[in-house]
Every structure is written in C-alpha cells, then in structure tokens.
Design a protein around this ligand. Structure first.
Ligand SMILES: [Zn+2]
Length: 297
C-alpha cells in the first residue's frame, strides 16, 4: 500500500510534468471509481498537483473544483509522454522517446504499454501526453470535489505527521489517552496521518520502544524520542522518493529507495543495525511487526 512518502513523491513528480497541460480527452473505464462530471475538465489547464493526507489533488486554472485521487491499496499514477523523432538517415526510421513518471503501488504496469487491463481512468492532454490511473483491486477513487466537500474533509482529518500542527504536545496527548499498543496508535489514521507499517516499525526501532507497549505507559522522554523518530523516518522516506521493493522499477529509474534504509521492516532474521541481535517478527493487529528484542524495551 502506498504510504505518505510514496504519495508525496508522486504528487511532487506529477507537479513537475503536469503543470500547464490542458485536458483534451478523458476516458473512464470503471464507473465506480470516478465521481463527477468529467466533461467539465475538457479544455482546463492544470496549475498544481499536491498531496493532503494520502490524497493527490489536481488543480486547474479558473476552476474552483479539484480532481482528487486516492490510491488506496493498489492504485498507481503513471504519466507517459512520447516524442517521435524521424531521423534523417537513409532508412527514414522513426524513433520514439518516452518520458515516464510512475508512482503508487509498484507493478509491471509501471513499465508496460498502457492502457492495461488495470487502467481505470485515462486523461489525455493537448500535446498527446497521458496520465493513467491504474488500480488492480479497484479500491481507489478519482473524484471532482468542490470547496465545501474539501473543507469538510479537512476538518475531519487529524494533522499529518509532517505538518507543523503535529507538535510534540499533540503527540504526547494522543499517547496519554490510549491503552492500545503504541504501534497501533501510530498507524491509526484518525489520530495522526501518514504513518504506515514500514515507517511505524522503523520509528519504534529508532526510538528503542517495543511495538506492544501500551501507548499511555510511555514516559515523557520516550514520547519525545518517538516523536523525533517518526518525523525522521517519514522525512527520510520522502527524501528517498518512498520505498519500492520491486525489481523492475530500477530499470527505468522509477521508484524510491527507502528500502535500502529499512531498520527492521521485512528484516526478520537479520542483525539489528544498532546491536547485532536478530530482528524478530510477530503479528500485531494483523500486520507484520518487526523489532529488536535487545534494543527495544
Ligand atoms: Zn538491537
């Protein structure tokens, strides 16, 4: 599942390639994924692509509504721009140069010809470049939202952990109120936005706290260490362009590299970076949970 750093990365990359593009055609292959009137977008010029929580927002010139995209479990956004160049040789051969930006759930569609059988929405721009929204399991969505809907969303969301409003004070208050295992509190998107399984495991290792500890039992110094660790791993994730544990992604320079920095995630049986003890794996709340039995108490 794409986590905050992966969603932030694709939003930033799309912002670089989509600004200034004008929508010329839009095809919805799967009705349940899309809500809104797609015809209103034709002729509109993109001014900005950004992220809020795990939702990508696309803004247009002179248009108050925003196209919002949620990748959920298996969503991907892939931008493809092809330029043909006819070489002035005896053969008159035409070469096609392709620029590609891909993010979200990694799969062979990142590098394959598109549309594929998982393409749900396709937006073609006036220069023939295309943005594909693919989603194998089709839990994701693309929605045209008005200002009122977006304000309602914003007021029901907790701060993202990289927001300024996510303060140590806020974090400590949340922990104090919960008797649940600390790792489940970190993952609870109703309490704080943006920590997925990879980053929760690594933050707890960095702060030397056992994932199963009751949140309310953490002392002030532990809460501070964990707060810093959470911000650190998420920011490192963004810097690395997210994580993408899949082989083919490197072939075209697609995908992030946070997997090279995993402290505990999917490293069971391997030595802890800090003390050399073997990383253990247990299930907690149905999710793979990785920790060092020596450092984490
Ligand atoms: Zn250790």
């Amino acid at each position: 599942m794409p986590e905050l750093p992966e969603v932030e990365t694709i939003a930033r990359q799309l912002n670089e390639v989509l600004v200034g593009k004008i929508v010329s055609q839009m095809t919805v292959y799967r009705e349940k994924i899309f809500s809104g009137d797609k015809d209103v977008l034709i002729g509109k010029k993109i001014t900005k692509v950004s992220r809020r929580a795990k939702v990508v927002g696309v803004e247009f010139e002179g248009f108050e509504d925003v196209v919002q995209i949620h990748l959920k479990m298996t969503g991907q956004l892939i931008f493809v721009e092809k330029t043909k160049k006819t070489q002035e040789l005896k053969t008159d051969k035409t070469q096609v140069f392709e620029k590609r930006v891909a993010g979200g759930h990694p799969s062979v569609d990142w590098t394959n010809d598109l549309p594929s059988k998982h393409t749900r929405v396709e937006i073609i721009f006036d220069d023939d470049s295309v943005l594909f929204f693919n989603d194998m399991r089709a839990f994701g969505w693309v929605k045209i939202t008005n200002r009122e809907e977006r304000e309602k969303q914003a007021s029901s969301l907790p701060p993202d952990v990289i927001d300024e409003s996510f303060t140590l004070d806020y974090f400590a208050q949340v922990l104090k109120k919960s008797k649940k295992p600390i790792k489940l509190v970190l993952l609870d998107q109703q309490l704080m936005g943006g920590i997925g399984n990879i980053y929760a495991n690594d933050a707890l290792n960095m702060a030397k706290i056992l994932p199963t500890r009751k949140a309310c039992d953490l002392n002030v110094s532990e809460a501070r260490k964990l707060y810093k660790a959470v911000r650190y791993v998420i920011e490192l994730g963004i810097k690395c362009g997210g994580a993408s544990a899949a082989n083919y992604v490197d072939t075209k320079g697609l995908g992030g590299t946070y997997q090279n920095h995993f402290l505990t995630y999917k490293r069971d049986g391997e030595p802890c970076n800090n003390c050399g003890e073997k990383i253990l794996k247990v299930k907690l709340g149905g999710r793979g949970t990785f920790y060092c039995p020596n450092c984490q108490v």
